[in-house]
Write a protein that binds this ligand. Structure first.
Ligand code: MF3
Ligand code: CO
Length: 244
């Protein structure tokens, strides 16, 4: 899973660097697909429950599961990227959001808060803590910043399959849920809305958008729980995150 996560971390860095005005969301999907194959991995999303692409690209009020296509990215767009890799049968799942060029103050702050919320969730994923501690850390921080966390989609265990038990909500009560033990690997993925937390799925059956039309942002890492604490498996090369 470390090796799978390394490919994915580098892939998302590559795709995030490619975000610029004029590029289409399908161009970004092709970049991800080629990068993963060139590095010996299998694009995990392709064919998953009938999904036709290797990347999800969710723009502005889109929360997650945006389908790549002819849409052209513009200056100031908040672009959320989500991708999965399978290597020798082992999954990794990760996402990150970037603002294209110069963004609004709100978009820039939403990206920062979402990234920091993920770090706080990861830091709570300590052996001996409980699953609810992760969501509690994410929710209290996000709401203290005046934003909201999506309830209808959650993080998850990951391994031989993308989605395994347990579910990892981005909200909740400290001390609730199963104990976090070494050997468990979790995909922690806060979805943060600038306005209310309500979301709906568009008629394409995939794209999740905010009900109030306000911005949404997303960030995800695959995190292995070790005896020494959480280890992030999907970092971009040279990047560190605080795990304590
Ligand atoms: N990465 C998403 C998750 O965390 C799933 C993407 S759905 C897919 O659950 F169909 F695109 F794979
Ligand atoms: Co996930």
């Amino acid at each position: 899973m470390r090796a799978s996560g390394l490919i994915l971390g580098a892939c998302l860095q590559h795709v995030a660097d490619a975000v610029r005005p004029g590029i289409t969301t399908l161009d970004l999907d092709r970049e991800a697909d080629t990068f993963i194959r060139d590095h010996g991995g299998v694009p995990g999303f392709l064919g998953y429950h009938g999904y036709h692409n290797s990347l999800c690209v969710s723009v502005n009020q889109e929360v997650v599961h945006g389908i790549p296509g002819p849409r052209v990215i513009e200056e100031g767009d908040l672009v959320s990227l989500d991708c999965g890799v399978i290597l020798d049968g082992w999954w990794s799942d990760s996402g990150r959001s970037v603002v294209c060029g110069e963004g609004s103050a709100e978009a820039t702050r939403l990206v920062e808060v979402t990234r920091d919320a993920l770090e706080r969730g990861i830091a709570a994923a300590q052996p001996g803590n409980h699953i609810g501690d992760i969501g509690h850390a994410v929710q209290t921080y996000v709401e203290s910043q005046g934003f909201s966390v999506v309830r209808e989609f959650v993080g998850h265990g990951i391994g031989r399959n993308m989605h395994e038990a347990p579910q990892v909500p981005n909200y909740g009560t400290a001390g609730s849920g199963n104990e976090i033990k070494p050997g468990l690997v979790l995909a922690i993925e806060p979805m943060v809305n600038a306005g209310g937390y309500a979301v709906k799925v568009l008629t394409d059956g995939w794209t999740v958008v905010t009900v109030d039309g306000k911005l949404s942002c997303y960030s995800e890492h695959t995190v292995a729980i070790t005896a020494d604490g959480p280890e992030v498996l999907t970092l971009a090369p040279g990047v560190r995150v605080a795990t304590a």
